[in-house]
Structure formats: structure tokens, C-alpha cells
Design a protein around this ligand. Structure first.
Ligand code: PLP
Length: 550
């Protein structure tokens, strides 16, 4: 069929030309859309709000195309993967005359919204249930799909919600090849947690493959609403006829672009590692619960559990106000999302597992985007790994990593700065952001040692004293013999600690002597770090001040 996907498009949709929405304020004088010429008050941050956005805001489409590794004309950005699913059903499926309706194929138990959208369209549902181990019944799926009439779409959710199982074989490829006039829709809402490659690159190979991705799960944007369908441009263009003219509000576009700023990706990666470690912890610990018969292994950010003795469990969950998804009436299971370490500890208590978990890790995060720099930093005062700095200035990365190591903290820092101008903005802004993240992590400083001193040691010629007093102050005594260490200007060394002191709210006193600029700067970073180590160190929960606040 050369006219794919028109041959499977609803006739009513194929028949009309796309609604022409102008959208996108350009430099032109726009008197064509009855918009207001006034930006709404408050004016700050509201630039462009008086103008209709484009149906597919170009900067957002480009960023998401880059994120998912496909060209921009192959994605449709919508309000979540849900909207992509809905638009797909509305574009291709209809009730039709008696005995001639369109069908979708699903493999239950799976995400319920496929069925809901099909029902809204009056489309029929063919269910080929998963096998007892929740893997796909390939032979039955292929056979049923081949025999089905008017089968417009097969929905494969991998990793599957709610089972957590993922496809590990060539089922998707075989479906694409066997059913050229059916859309093979792969819902990858949980791909980031799966350790499996995405199907997105395969859309160049299969014009009937549609991949759904969402920003709601791994990228923490459920409240913003953002997701995409990825497919051949011919499929995307027909779906764009059905997508409303202005689905993406300007503040939504801004929020997504900020959350997915290139520098923020290091933070997302660090969080994902922690999240996956928590999934392992929950998987192990929940198996010890007296209420649980089985915990299913999962490739997503949730676990499917078979529960025993439900009433007592429900009482415990209610008492602690822990909500988990209850599918007992349909599948006999419950599904629990993996939360933060402290949330998981509370959930475990409801399941009868008390752990001597100790106090919560002190984590601080900071994202800071200006015209000059785009920075993301994440610190954990109670872990020593990971440590990674990527500022574009090799010597500074080395110093920041040494700082983390010697102060005994985990640090993930990423900065995209205007290094083509000079190193100044990047160095200063990273120090400001680091100080803010440390301040955030310290919180009320309960238990923290507060003070630290370092005297000269073999490898350092720096004397340093710090006090996490809440009052910024910095003194620096020392003269560098040369004006650079690598591309790092020596004059920026005191400036780093001035900036750090400002945002961290700490007094830092530094004296350094020596004959080699590189060694002296290194001694200062390590010295401050060593002094901070006892100041950060937590012992009990007392606040180290007679006033009770620092
Ligand atoms: C959560 C979820 C979605 C919905 O994602 P949104 O982008 O928030 O609409 C889609 N598919 C599956 C399988 C999900 O679990």
C-alpha cells in the first residue's frame, strides 16, 4: 500500500485540510488572531502570554527530539503520553456501521487508558492476555492480530504497567513486519527505568511503528503535562490534524525546557541511580513482609505485589496514610510506586518491616539558568559517591571533585557556560550554586558539627577555618606566584570561596603559602574541604549553638 497511513485513517479525518492556526509570535505585526497587544500583568515572566503559541512550539519540539534521539518532524508533542494515545485513537479508529467497527489489540493486565480511549471512539477491544509470568504471548498475539478485521492499532506497553515486565525479544519488530496496515504502538512511559533500549530509533525502519514517551515519570513533570508520540512523519502529520491547535501553553513549554536544560540532565541521572537502588531495596525488603506472598521483579518505578491477609494490611496503610494502587478486584494484585528513601521507609513500616534506617540523607539540589550559565548541582552530605564535575574547565572539575572527596560528600555538578567569553561566569556561578545546594542540604543544621579547622599538613600549605554560622564572611591571605593554573585564573580562587561563603552562609578564613600556583590552589580547595568535613558531619540531632538556631 503506497498510501499508508491514509488508507487506515478515518475517512472523516482524511477528508479535511488541517485547521490553520497561526500561532507563534514572530517579529511581524500580528493583527491576525484577535490577540491582546498587552502582556498580562505581572509583566515579569509573562512575555509572549498575549500571543497564541504554535501548535508544536519549535524550541520544545527540538529539545524533545534531541532527548529521544529522533528528527523533530517525527515527534508530536502533546499534553502527556495520554494525549498522544487519545489523538491516535481519534485519528484512526471509529465505530463505523454495524459489524464493521475498528479494533485495537491490548495485552491485559495493562494501562487502562487504551481501553478508555477506544471506548470513547466506539472502537472494539481485542485482548490477548499476558502469560502467567506476565510476559507476552507472542504466538497468540501474532495469530490473533493476523486474523482480526479492521485492526487499527496494537498497544504494547513495555515496561508494562502494572506488571513491570519488559519485552526482551523481537515481538515488536515481528508485529511491524507482519501487520503493515496496523499501527504498532509501543508505550515507553517507563523506558528510563528499564535498562532496555528505546524503540524510538526503529521508526525509520517501520512506518507503522509509533512510540509513546512521557515526561511524567522519570523527568518528574506529571503536573506540567508533557509527552510525545514518535513516528514516521506521515503518521505524525495526520495526527497533528486531530491535535488541538494550541495544546502547549507557554508556561508549560518554559517549565519543560527548564527542567530538561542540558545541565539538569546530570541531576536526572543521579536521581535515577538512587531511584533504581531504592527499587532494589523495596524489592528485597517487601519480600520479608508478613502481608506479601510475592513481589514481582520490575523494570519500572513500581512493584507489583501479591498480598495476603489484606484487611490488616489495609488498616496499617490507612493508619499511616500510605496510598498504593489496589487492583485486587481485577487482577488480585496491588501496585506500589517507588518513592523517596524516607517515603519508602514509611511504606515498609506499613508492611510490617521496620528498619533502623537512621535519619534521612541530607540532599541539596540547585538549578540555575542565566544568559551566561546553565548549572545543575546535587549534593548528598551523607553519601560519598557519586562524585562528578563537568564544568568545561578541566582544572576546576578536578578541584571540585577533590573538594567533594575531601569533605566526604557526594557531588554531581554540570555547567554549560559561556566559556567562549571567559571562565569567570562559569567559575563564579558554579561556586554560588554549590553554596546554595550545600545550604539546602544542611537545612536547620541539626546534628552538624558546624566548625572546622585545618592546619598545614604534608601535602597542603593552607590553613583554613570554617563556621557554618549562617553569616557569610570570607578572608583570604595569600599571593599566587603566577596568574593561572591551566585555564583557571588564580584570582578566581578567593572568589570561589567568597561566592561559596555567600550562598552557603558560612564564615571561611583561608591562608595559603607556596611557590606553585597549581599546588597552592589545590591546597586551598582541599583545605576548605577538610575543614568542612567535621562541620558537615552529623552526630545526633542537636543544633550546635546555644541559641538553638544557626
Ligand atoms: C503514566 C502513563 C502514561 C501517561 O503519561 P502522561 O504523559 O502523564 O499522560 C502513559 N502510559 C503509561 C503506561 C503510563 O503508565
Amino acid at each position: 500500500m503506497t498510501d499508508f497511513p491514509l488508507n487506515i485513517t478515518r475517512k472523516a479525518i482524511a477528508a479535511f485540510d488541517a485547521y490553520s492556526a497561526r500561532g507563534g509570535a514572530t517579529g511581524a505585526l500580528h493583527l491576525d488572531a484577535n490577540e491582546s497587544p498587552y502582556a498580562p500583568p505581572p509583566v515579569k515572566g509573562a512575555a509572549g502570554f498575549n500571543r497564541y503559541p504554535e501548535q508544536q512550539p519549535p524550541a520544545l519540539r527540538a529539545r524533545l527530539a534531541d532527548l529521544y534521539g529522533v528528527p523533530a518532524d517525527r515527534i508530536m508533542v502533546g499534553r502527556g503520553a495520554d494525549e498522544a494515545i487519545e489523538v491516535l485513537l481519534r485519528t484512526f479508529c471509529e465505530e463505523g456501521p454495524e459489524g464493521n467497527k475498528d479494533y485495537i489489540l491490548i495485552c491485559s493486565p495493562t494501562f487502562g487508558y487504551y481501553e478508555t480511549c477506544a471506548q470513547i471512539q466506539g472502537a472494539g477491544i481485542i485482548d490477548v492476555p499476558l502469560k502467567a509470568d506476565y510476559t507476552w504471548n507472542n504466538a497468540a498475539i501474532l495469530e490473533t492480530a493476523k486474523a482480526a478485521k479492521n485492526l487499527k492499532a496494537v498497544f504494547i506497553c513495555t515496561p508494562n504497567n502494572p506488571t513491570g515486565t519488559a519485552i526482551e525479544d523481537d515481538l515488536v519488530e515481528r508485529l511491524c513486519e507482519t501487520l503493515p496496515n496496523t499501527l504498532i504502538c509501543v508505550d515507553e512511559a517507563y523506558q528510563e527505568f528499564s535498562g532496555r533500549p528505546s524503540y524510538a530509533p526503529k521508526i525509520t525502519q517501520y512506518r507503522n511503528l509509533v512510540v509513546m514517551r512521557t515526561l511524567s515519570k522519570a523527568y518528574a513533570l506529571a503536573g506540567v503535562r508533557g509527552g510525545v508520540a514518535i513516528a514516521d512523519p506521515a503518521v505524525i502529520n495526520i495526527m497533528l490534524k486531530v491535535l488541538p491547535p494550541y495544546p502547549i501553553a507557554r508556561p508549560v513549554e518554559n517549565a519543560i525546557l527548564n527542567a530538561l536544560a542540558p545541565a539538569a540532565m546530570a541531576t536526572h541521572a543521579a536521581r535515577l541511580d538512587e531511584w533504581l537502588a531504592e527499587r532494589e531495596r523495596m524489592f528485597t525488603e517487601l519480600q520479608k513482609s508478613p502481608y506479601i506472598a510475592k513481589v514481582w521483579p520490575s523494570r519500572a518505578n513500581f512493584l507489583l505485589i501479591d498480598v495476603l491477609n489484606d484487611d490488616a494490611l489495609m488498616r496499617e496503610l490507612n493508619r499511616r496514610q500510605v496510598k498504593i494502587r489496589d487492583y485486587r478486584s481485577s487482577t488480585g494484585h496491588m501496585r506500589i510506586s517507588i518513592g523517596s528513601p524516607s517515603e519508602n521507609t514509611i511504606a515498609l513500616e506499613a508492611f510490617g518491616i521496620t528498619q533502623d534506617a537512621g535519619p534521612e540523607d541530607r540532599i541539596g539540589e540547585m538549578h540555575r539558568k542565566t544568559k551566561e550559565t546553565d548549572i545543575s548541582v546535587r549534593v548528598n552530605l551523607d553519601k560519598t559517591t557519586p562524585i562528578k564535575a563537568d564544568t568545561g574547565i578541566g582544572f576546576y572539575d578536578h578541584m571540585l571533585e577533590a573538594f567533594a572527596k575531601h569533605s566526604g560528600i557526594s557531588l554531581v555538578m554540570s555547567c554549560k557556560g559561556d566559556l567562549e567569553i571567559d571562565a569567570h561566569h562559569t567559575i563564579e556561578d558554579c561556586a554560588l550554586a554549590l553554596g546554595t545546594a550545600l545550604q539546602d542540604a544542611l537545612g536547620d543544621k541539626a546534628g552538624a558539627g558546624r566548625f572546622g579547622f585545618v592546619m598545614p599538613m604534608d601535602e597542603t600549605q593552607a590553613r583554613v577555618a570554617v563556621d557554618l554560622s549562617g553569616r557569610p564572611a570570607m578572608t583570604f591571605k595569600g599571593v599566587f606566584p603566577t596568574d593561572h593554573a591551566g585555564t583557571f585564573p588564580a584570582e578566581m580562587c578567593p572568589h570561589v570561596f567568597e561566592s561559596l561563603s555567600q550562598t552557603m552562609g558560612a564564615a571561611i578564613q583561608i591562608e595559603v603559602e607556596g611557590e606553585n600556583t597549581h599546588h597552592m590552589i589545590e591546597a586551598v580547595f582541599k583545605g576548605v574541604a577538610r575543614a568542612l568535613k567535621p562541620a558537615f558531619a552529623r552526630n545526633g540531632d542537636e543544633i550546635a549553638s546555644t541559641k538553638g538556631v544557626i
